[in-house]
Design a protein around this ligand. Sequence first.
Ligand SMILES: Nc1ncnc2c1ncn2[C@@H]1O[C@H](COP(=O)(O)OP(=O)(O)OP(=O)(O)O)[C@@H](O)[C@H]1O
Ligand SMILES: [Mg+2]
Length: 501
Amino acid sequence: MTEPALRVDGLTKSFLGQTVLNGVDLRIAPGEIHALLGENGAGKSTLIKILAGVHAADAGRVTVAGRPLRPRHRLADAAAARMRFVHQDLGLVDELDVTENICLTSDFSSRGGLIRFGASRRRVREVLGRLGVDIDPGRRVGDLAQAEKVMVAVARAFSAEARLIVLDEVTASLPTPEVARLKDLLHQACRQGTAFLFVTHRLGEVFDMADAVTVLRDGRRIASARPADVTHDQLVEWLVGRYVAALAPRSGESHASAGTPVLRVKDLRATPHHAPLNFTVGAGEVVAFTGLVGSGAREVVRCLAGAQRPQEGTASLRGRRFPLGDPVGAAGRGSRYVAGDRQEGIAPDLCVRENLFLAHYCHGGRVLRPRRERRAADDLIARYDVRPPQASELPVVTLSGGNQQKVAIGRALSGAPGLLVLDDPTVGVDIGARVAIHRLIRQTADTGVPVVLASTDFSEVVSEAHRAVVMRDGRVGAVLSGADLTEQRLISESYRAREVA
Ligand SMILES: Nc1ncnc2c1ncn2[C@@H]1O[C@H](COP(=O)(O)OP(=O)(O)OP(=O)(O)O)[C@@H](O)[C@H]1O
Ligand SMILES: [Mg+2]
């Protein structure tokens, strides 16, 4: 019998006295696509970082293709065993270009000890082309959109002959159609014997892509199974420990129609490549901007939030001028923003409490007494189910990715926003928190707040938006609402050549 590509036995790890992994076992056959599921904070990324040699396990063993790695193995050992990783935070260097980022781990082309940049760039162009990724190898990574960064990190993992490729929530920030393309890439590679371990919060992907699935809960392995042998409800029960009706898959719901327009945007050109855009958002209305990577949807929303400066355009909120491209001015008018890029959305050096009240500090809120602030923080932590529950004074970077996102959401929704601007708000949050966040967004909208959402997740657009603007090449491709707002229509409109101006 062939050896498993990866075998993990009894992996155990604690941080600061908290057990994060507890005797976890895992087997992945060569050429197998294995999904790893678990709620935010269940220990998925920790397991992956141990495999990669970033963290050392307290106990347990990792065996790759029959050869045990030495205890407390290093990054180089993982690389020598031909494991490649796309970590949740991607691990790219913003200041370097695409070629440099890819060659950093897979070696530059060189001759006589000298790096041949031209040859390296050609090789990277070839790797990107093979994966169907249309990104110039000379672009600075810091200038790429989140989904483009994801594809660069994926290309880097695919560029070396790998035995096992580990993808930590890679699909989370990819638009729905691009996930389908990634799936094809995985299938191609696994036919050549490459095994995959991939983390996702989308149960649909497990049934669609995986040959096997393992569920972690509170650091323990709850079950491993073949997707064909389990139901959606069974997976949910393993994930959260009980059956939860609210987590059954939802199709689009009809929404009440929106109130009178309160946000008016005129001739907004987010970048030189954008056509002027005019739109209004009603009181209590949720308008989603969506499309493929590079469609320009996200930039529109970022201009509104003040995260980037538009080329031109004006806006008004409830009849008063609303500044575009001005984060402080926008916040001064009561606008709250959840950034799609977590690095942008949290202040890593501050603790959870300080992150929750950051907007309050910046915009002249009255000074809270520390004890009251701590109590308010505990309330928000409980309301958003941030884990661990005593997170208030912990540095925010020690939280799991999804829990950091809950902190960013908690900050935006607390208080009474006058406008809510959200860029992929549920990227990386687990299914329970996703339902909770959607409910809170709807509750906020129901108080008359206009909500502008950029989302790459078409099921989220269908279930949460009253109206979806599908962008293509910086212009409006289609506007969908009511019975027309379906995932199928969103996919076909995203791909359709520009027709409607
Ligand atoms: N460097 C660290 N120091 C202290 N605690 C940590 C550290 N890294 C992770 N943890 C804790 O370990 C637990 C598991 O985190 P991990 O990142 O593995 O979760 P996850 O399953 O990947 O969650 P998510 O779905 O949110 O990404 C969390 O409670 C987290 O706070
Ligand atoms: Mg994680």
